[in-house]
Each structure stands twice: as structure tokens, then as C-alpha cells.
Design a protein around this ligand. Sequence first.
Ligand SMILES: [Zn+2]
Ligand SMILES: [Zn+2]
Length: 378
Amino acid sequence: MGTETLTSDSQQKTAVKPRTYTCPGCAANLLFEPQDGTLTCPYCGRKETIPESAEEVKERSYADYLHPRSDQLKVLSATALEVKCDSCGAVVTFNPPEVAGECSFCGIKIVAQPKSADPLVAPEALLPFAISSRQSTDSVRKWLASLWFAPNVLKKLAYHESIDGVYLPFWTYDAHTTSHYTGERGEHYYETETYTETDAQGNTVTKTRQVQRTRWYSASGTVSRWMDDVLVPATISVSRPRLTSLEPWDLDSLKPYDPAFLSGFKAQRYQVELPDGFEEAKQIMAPIIQQDVREDIGGDEQRIDDISTSYSAVTFKHLLLPVYIGAYRFREKVYQVMVNARTGEVQGDRPYSFWKIFFFVMFLIAVIGVLIYFAKSR
Ligand SMILES: [Zn+2]
Ligand SMILES: [Zn+2]
């Protein structure tokens, strides 16, 4: 590839000649190096910097992409292959010489033949891997060591081979919301109430006390707000609670998408389509709007009868966020362990080993038995 510079134009057109990031020294494939953000030759150590893109990360018009035309769809990189897991349906994209191997999400060996990647609504931006594969393995080892009664199969995960660097797909949405509401405003007032009590001598005494009451007034109005970067996962291969537990993501550090960032990693194709993602974004916006409505109603208490919201100037971005993920099966169930590849934070499912708990309980019973024996024989 010689004098060709590394630019991001391969995402612009599918027709550009395939670009592989090869080492000018030894022709090996360059891999993205999380430590310094360069493309590095794993054999001779030669480094190429990925040029800073002059382009800003753009928002795209939601309306324009609702029914994307073929010219609006791109491939992740000109050489990208993709393969679908027959077991869980996840589609991952990767660049040769990387291979499909085992499914990152369910741990099943992928037998399907990879094919050229289908075009998609291309990512605008990503967060590059900042944690190396070795660091992530260390984090997983520490996490494993902290688990009680974990089956030994978990320890196998600590091997480098079973943890993959994968970019997960996300959507973010911006929108201007205008919400008409009807409801009621509650205002507190106090009434003096008379009540009787029996005192210590058995006499009935009459007393008074202040009681809080609420008077309700009907209320209606309009609130509006700009929603910015509402983040929605576009994957269903990882549970929502697990994805939430990986937050926060430093979205201020997003880089314009460049296929060079994918070298040595996989990327999952989005499973949640753009309009479905927006419906989920509305659910995330709803409590924020409700809070605005409560403040607008004012008073001491609020009742909301109805909110109807219209969304305008809707824009979106498709983002890729980096994780290391390992999936393994234990007694017919899939467990995932995941590392946020920006922070190194580990989140995982874990099984309990029946036998380890069984023997621990037997051990405790034995200890108690011995203690009782000595206590009696004293
Ligand atoms: Zn080299
Ligand atoms: Zn799978």
C-alpha cells in the first residue's frame, strides 16, 4: 500500500479499492493499539498514527434516514467480512486476518462462512479502545478471584483467547420536544381539628390539632425542551441492565468514525432499527418531561392526567462503543462477562458451583461437630 495515506474515505463509497492496514516494514497487518491509539505492527513494532479527522461528528436527520436510500448505506470498511451466529442471531463484522471463531455473545463456535459485509447506516463516531486486551484479562481475573463458589469453568475465561474486543452499536437522538399537558395542582392548607383523648386519670379531654389538607385546582400548559444525545443501545445480545451497568461512557471523547479503529476488533451490526431506537429514546425522555410538567404545574403536589408530546428537529448518530466480552455456557445457560474498554470496569453474570457450596457446607458441619465434641468432653 506504500505511499497511500490512512484516511477515512473508504467509508464514503463502497467502490474504493480495498484498504488493508499493512505494515510498510514487513507487510503484516497493523492492529489498533489501545495504549497509544496508533496502528501498530505486532511483529516489528512499527507504528502509524491515525490522522486526526478534520470532520466533526455530525448529527443526521432522522426523517432522511427513516427509509434509507441505498446511497445512504455504507460498509464499515471496504474489506470487512460479516458473519451471523446461528445460535443467537448476532451479526459481527471483522477485518481479515481476524476470524469469526466463537460467538462473542453466546460462546458457540461459528460455523457459517463469513461474507462481505452488508451496507448499513454507517457509524458517525466511536470511542476507541483505551484498555488493552491484557489489561482486560487482568481485570477479569481480579473479578473472578473476588467471586465465591464460582465453578472452575469461569477461570477458563481468564485466558486471553476467550475474551474478544467488540464494538457495540448504539444510537443517540437529539430532539426538540413540545408537550401539552393537563393535570391538577394541589395546594396545602391547614384545618384545626377537634378530637378527644382519655388521660391518665380516665377523664375524657377535648384537644385540637392542625391537619394538613390539599385543595386541587385544574392545571394545563405547555413545556418544551431540547433533548441532547439520548443514548439507546442498538444491540439485544447484551441485557439492558448489563449495558446500563457499564455506564458512564465518556461521550465527550468521541472520534469521527475511521475504519482504522476497527483493526484487530469486531463490531456488532445493529439489531435495533433506527425508528425502534427512537421509540426507546422517547421512554428515556418521558420522565424528564414529566419532571418539567410537575415544575410547571407548581404548588405543593401535582397530578398529571395527560401529556402529549411532539418531537421536532430529530437528529441521530450511530455510535460504536468498545467492550471486551467473554461468553461461556454452564449447564445450558449462557453467561457473559464484560469489560468497559474505556474504564476497565468489569460486569458479569456468574453461576454458583453446587459442589463447591455443598462441600463448604459439609466442611462447616464438620467444624461445628468437632467444636461440639470438644465442648462436651471438657
Ligand atoms: Zn512490521
Ligand atoms: Zn451467538
